[in-house]
Ligand binder design. Structure first.
Ligand SMILES: *Cc1c(COP(=O)(O)O)cnc(C)c1O
Length: 375
C-alpha cells in the first residue's frame, strides 16, 4: 500500500539543474543566487527588502531580535502554531502571552488580543494558519492604538493574499519558511521581508554575526580590512545551493497554489456529504495558500480516526498541539488551558488531511473513500 503524506515538495529537473549549475560555479554560499532569490521574493510579494536565511525559525529569531525590545517585554501570539513561533520570543528574552483563536480559520482572534494587552505589551506575532491570512485590518488597528510592532509568521502563507494584496505587505516584518512541506522549498531555508530599511539593516546584521558592513567608513577609506560587530548576531546564512533552488521554485509558486486550491475545493465538495466532517472555508477577503487542509470532526474520536487513517496509508496529522501544553512551557510559564476554550476545542477535534501540489486525483479519491469507510 502506498503511503500518502500530508504534505510534500515538488522538485523537477529544472530545479535540479539550477542546483547543479551552482555546484559547478565558484560561489556556493552567499553570492549572486542569494541576491537573485531575495530580489525574486521582493518582486513577488511587492516588498522593498528581503533577507534570505537558513530556516524559518532563524528568520523568526532575527525578526524578533531586530525589534530590540527590552528584556521581559510581553509579545502576544497564538498558542495554535508550530513552537518555533513563540520560541523566537524566548531566544530574545521576551515573554510570550497567548491569545485564543477563532474556530473557523484557527487564526488568532483580534478580540482575544485586546484582552491580553498590558502596559508591558510591545508586539504581536500573528500566524496565517494553513495559509489563510489573519484578520489583518483588525490586528493593525490594535497595533496602531497601542503602539505595538507587528510580525507576521507567514511560514504557511507565501503567495496568499488579503484584500487583494500579497502577504508580506502588512506587518513591520514578515517571515517565510522554505522547509519541504511549505509553499516552496530550498531544503531548509527562510526569509524576512520588510519595507523598513532600518529593520532590514538589523536583520541583515543579525544573520551574519552582527557584522556592520559600513565599518570601513569608521576606520577610514583605506581600511579595506575593517569591520565592526554592532549586535550579537548568528550565522544564519543561506547557501547558493539553496538559493538556486529557491529561485527556480519561486517561478512555480502560483501554479503550486492553483493546484492546492483545486484540491481544497474538491475536498470541500466531496466531504460535504460526510456528516462527521466539518470542512474549512476561506473568507471572501482572502486568497488562501492552502498550506495544509484541516477539518474538524463531529462526534468522532479523533485519535481513533487518526489511527484508522494511518493504518490505511493516509498520512493524516495534527496541527497543532497548543504550545502551552509542552513540558518546557508548563515548567516555565503559568498558563492555564482553560483560558483558551476555542484552542482546546479545536485541538480536540482537528485533523490534517493530505494536500500537496503533486497530489493525484486518485490519491484524493482514496482519502475520501478511506474516510467513508470509517465507522
Ligand atoms: C514551519 C514553521 C516555522 C519554522 O520554519 P522552519 O523553516 O521549519 O524553521 C515557523 N512557524 C510556522 C507557523 C511554521 O509552520
Amino acid at each position: 500500500m502506498e503511503f500518502i503524506p500530508y504534505g510534500s515538495q515538488w522538485i523537477d529537473d529544472e530545479d535540479i539543474n539550477e542546483v547543479i549549475n551552482v555546484l559547478k560555479s565558484d560561489w556556493i554560499t552567499t553570492g549572486p543566487k542569494l541576491k537573485q532569490f531575495e530580489e525574486g521574493l521582493c518582486n513577488y510579494t511587492g516588498c522593498k527588502h528581503a533577507v534570505g536565511v537558513n530556516s524559518g525559525t532563524s528568520a523568526l529569531d532575527i525578526a524578533v531580535g531586530a525589534l530590540d525590545l527590552p528584556a521581559g517585554s510581553e509579545v502576544i501570539t497564538t498558542p495554535f502554531t508550530f513552537m518555533a513561533t513563540s520560541n523566537a520570543l524566548l531566544y530574545n528574552n521576551l515573554r510570550p502571552v497567548f491569545a485564543d483563536i477563532q474556530k473557523d480559520t484557527r487564526n488568532i482572534d483580534p478580540e482575544a488580543i485586546r484582552s491580553r494587552i498590558t502596559p508591558k505589551t510591545k508586539a504581536i506575532i500573528y500566524v496565517d494558519f494553513a495559509g489563510h491570512p489573519c484578520d489583518i485590518e483588525e490586528i493593525r488597528e490594535i497595533a496602531e492604538e497601542h503602539d505595538l510592532y507587528l510580525i507576521e509568521d507567514a511560514c504557511h502563507a507565501l503567495g496568499a493574499s488579503y484584500k487583494g494584496k500579497k502577504v508580506g505587505n502588512f506587518a513591520d516584518l514578515t517571515v517565510f519558511s522554505f522547509h519541504p512541506v511549505k509553499p516552496i522549498t530550498t531544503g531548509e531555508g527562510g526569509a524576512v521581508v520588510t519595507d523598513n530599511s532600518e529593520l532590514e539593516e538589523k536583520v541583515r546584521m543579525l544573520q551574519n554575526h552582527g557584522i556592520d558592513r559600513d565599518a570601513v567608513s569608521r576606520y577610514g577609506p583605506d581600511a579595506s580590512w575593517a569591520y565592526d560587530m554592532k549586535m550579537l548576531g548568528r550565522n544564519y546564512r543561506l547557501t547558493e545551493i539553496q538559493a538556486a533552488l529557491g529561485v527556480s521554485q519561486l517561478k512555480k509558486l502560483d501554479r503550486f497554489i492553483e493546484m492546492r486550491t483545486k484540491i481544497a475545493n474538491l475536498y470541500n465538495e466531496l466531504l460535504e456529504e460526510i456528516e462527521f466532517i466539518e470542512t474549512p472555508s476561506a473568507k471572501n477577503v482572502v486568497v488562501s495558500g492552502w498550506h495544509i487542509y484541516t477539518v474538524l470532526l463531529n462526534g468522532v474520536d479523533r485519535d481513533k480516526f487518526f489511527k484508522y487513517m494511518r493504518e490505511n496509508g493516509v498520512g493524516v496529522n495534527v496541527h497543532y498541539i497548543p504550545i502551552y501544553n509542552f513540558t518546557y512551557y508548563r515548567n516555565n510559564f503559568d498558563v492555564c488551558s482553560a483560558d483558551f476554550p476555542v484552542t482546546e476545542e479545536v485541538f480536540k477535534r482537528i485533523i490534517t488531511l493530505p494536500i500537496f501540489p503533486k497530489m493525484k486525483f486518485s490519491q484524493l479519491q482514496y482519502v475520501i473513500k478511506t474516510i467513508k469507510g470509517f465507522v
